[in-house]
Design a protein around this ligand. Structure first.
Ligand code: GRF
Length: 201
């Protein structure tokens, strides 16, 4: 399966996918990495792995709609089977999502604590268990059909950073496992129910 990965930051999820894809039996390969900004570690990781990159900065387009079309065209040029939004900080337009099956990770157990501050909100709420969610992106914020989830216990002495780091470790393993299974076995999305396997796609 051909993967295009979109990043805006450190790209540790991207790195986990690049590492997994080094084994041909994994069944997927990162054919391109896209970003909405320059100078980020995610792009350096792609360069180091010899993967082509592209950047589409919203400010370089006359309107958000032009950017929406540009990012779709840039991604489409690589003919992906799957797009992975890995810490990508822009919402993708409905046309983009209709064209590309797009997965995203969220550092909380959806539908709890959507948005930019999953680990902080979980700590503030005082939950004892939080985690990470892999989901199919839809037009909401962290609302799409759930592909996989992994629980992470909140420690008494956790702060936002320590909790987020532990979530990210679990999140990367979940992402690598699920993307590999999807690449090898397919995925079917029926309403809110997601099934991996049975040659679904
Ligand atoms: C991850 O925690 C992801 O869930 C969130 O942003 C973080 C991205 O980290 N959306 P990285 O850029 O992959 O290191």
């Amino acid at each position: 399966a051909r993967l295009v990965v979109l990043v805006s930051g450190s790209g540790t999820n991207l790195q986990a996918l690049l590492d997994a894809c080094a084994d041909p039996s994994y069944g997927a390969r990162v054919v391109a990495v896209g970003a909405d900004r320059d100078g980020i570690e995610g792009l350096v990781r792609a360069d180091r792995a010899g993967v082509p990159t592209f950047v589409a900065r919203v400010d370089d387009y006359t309107s958000r709609e032009h950017w929406d079309r540009a990012i779709a065209d840039k991604v489409g040029a690589f003919e992906p089977d799957l797009v992975v939004s890995a810490g990508f900080m822009k919402l993708l337009a409905p046309d983009f999502l209709a064209r590309f099956l797009t997965l995203n990770t969220h550092p909380a157990l959806c539908p709890a604590f959507p948005g930019m501050h999953g680990p902080r909100d979980a700590l503030e709420h005082g939950v004892k268990v939080t985690g990470a969610t892999l989901f199919v992106v839809d037009d909401g914020v962290d609302t799409g059909p759930i592909v996989a989830q992994v629980p992470v216990e909140v420690a008494e002495d956790d702060d936002v950073t320590s909790l987020h780091e532990r979530i990210k470790t679990a999140e990367r393993a979940m992402l690598v496992d699920s993307v590999g299974r999807i690449a090898r076995e397919g995925i079917a999305v029926e309403g809110r129910r997601v099934r991996i396997g049975a040659g679904a796609r």
